[in-house]
Structure formats: C-alpha cells, structure tokens
Design a protein around this ligand. Structure first.
Ligand SMILES: [Zn+2]
Length: 236
C-alpha cells in the first residue's frame, strides 16, 4: 500500500498541511517529525499529532526521523529567519501554501477540522530562548503569527514572553518591529517575486504578488490597531 509522507514540525503550515492530508486519501499518512529537538518541542509535536490523528479519516503515524523541513511558503521564509537547524522543504517537495497568507493558512486549518485552540498550540517563533515551544512575541515570525491569528480567529491567545505592543520600544523589540514595518513600506523585489521550484501548479508571478500583498495587508491591519490583543477565551 502506498504511503504518503509529509514534514511535521509543529509550525502552523506543516500542522495545517498534515490536517488537510489526514482527511484525504485511503493510504497511510506518515508525519515526519524532526530529530534533535528539545523535550518540550517533542511533547508539543506529539500533542499536535494527536489533534491531527483525532480528525483523520486514514491511518496516521508520527515518525521522529526526518531532517527538519517546513512547508512554510518561501515568501514567509524570506521575510523571517528560519529557526536554527530548520530548512525549507527540499526542492521537489510541495510548497502547498505559497499563495496563502498566514491568516488564510489558519483558516484552512479550521476548514480541515482543527479546533481553534489547537492553532494556538502551533509553534512559530524563531527567537524564544530555552524552549522551542515559547514565543518571544516580537520576531518577524511571531508578528506574522499574531497578524494571521487575528485575521483568522479575531483573537490571539498565544502566551508571548513579551507583549511587543505594551512595552516601551527598546532593543530587539524595536528592531524587529521596525524591520517588518520597513518591509511593509517598500516595493517587493524580484527575488521576493521569484516562483520557487516547488511552487504549486496554479502559481504564477501575478498570483504570488497578490498573495504577498494580502499578507502585507494582514500585518498592516495589526500595526494599525497597535497589535490588537484581543485574548478573551472563546469556544473552539
Ligand atoms: Zn518570536
């Protein structure tokens, strides 16, 4: 019986893709988790795996054996630093969400059946010290995550180490926020608009530009509302 394998790092993109694939096809699905990660990260991956397994309509197995890869779109990866040891999915691997914003990917996860609280358990941060499951709150990955959760759910219950919107600007927080703000103001470059070799079939330079512009709208909305931290608990 043919197996399908997909990378599974606990980030929003690979978690969403795993949930989508878990609901389609009769053959076993193997989620490849990264090796050389902290115990906390491994626990979180197992927790997210259980969430995916609970909505699966096919056999799903977690295998901790892979080199860490991510399904995050190339334009997201270029806008932020990759976590240490993390690599983009290899050429030839699908980059299914190239034409989606982070908010659209979270919405896709909901459509695939993942409850909203599970989205909050995904891991985006590239900077948090000590634990691969913590979120610093101000790196480009955390800012993109917050903008995406606000766009998709109208709230962001992620426990950030720093509330980047409620502290005086200093050091990393200011530098990170200004880097994203600068990116939002400038024109996109040719490199940013290059289609990667693993782009989905329906990708085109025009559609990629449109997706990146939608991603910038999500981020601008968050900046315009000062982080808009609505965190009241709500049902899945
Ligand atoms: Zn962060």
């Amino acid at each position: 019986m043919a197996e399908e394998t997909v990378p599974f790092t606990g980030d929003p993109d690979s978690t969403t893709w795993a949930a989508e694939r878990a609901g389609s096809g009769p053959h076993p699905l193997i989620l490849i988790g990264p090796t050389n990660i902290t115990d906390g990260h491994a626990r979180r991956i197992r927790e997210l795996f259980a969430a995916v397994e609970s909505i699966a309509s096919r056999p799903v197995t977690l295998r901790i054996s892979g080199s860490p890869a991510t399904t995050a779109p190339a334009h997201v990866l270029r806008a932020m630093e990759l976590p240490p040891g993390m690599e983009p999915a290899p050429d030839g691997a699908l980059n299914p969400y190239l034409l989606m914003t982070q908010g659209e990917i979270f919405q896709q996860a909901r459509r695939a059946g993942l409850p909203a609280p599970v989205l909050t358990r995904t891991i985006s941060c590239v900077r948090a010290p000590h634990s691969a499951t913590a979120h610093c709150g101000h790196c480009p990955a955390c800012l993109t995550r917050r903008a995406g959760l606000l766009a998709a759910l109208g709230r962001d219950n992620t426990p950030y180490l720093t509330d980047a919107w409620n502290v005086a600007d200093h050091g990393d927080t200011l530098r990170d926020r200004e880097a994203v703000r600068t990116w939002l103001r400038r024109d996109l470059t040719g490199v940013e608009l290059d289609l990667p070799s693993n782009a989905p079939m329906d990708a085109s330079p025009g559609r990629l530009r449109a997706a990146i512009e939608r991603a910038r709208i999500e981020l601008r909305r968050m900046f315009d509302t000062g982080g808009d931290r609505r965190s009241e608990p709500s049902a899945a």
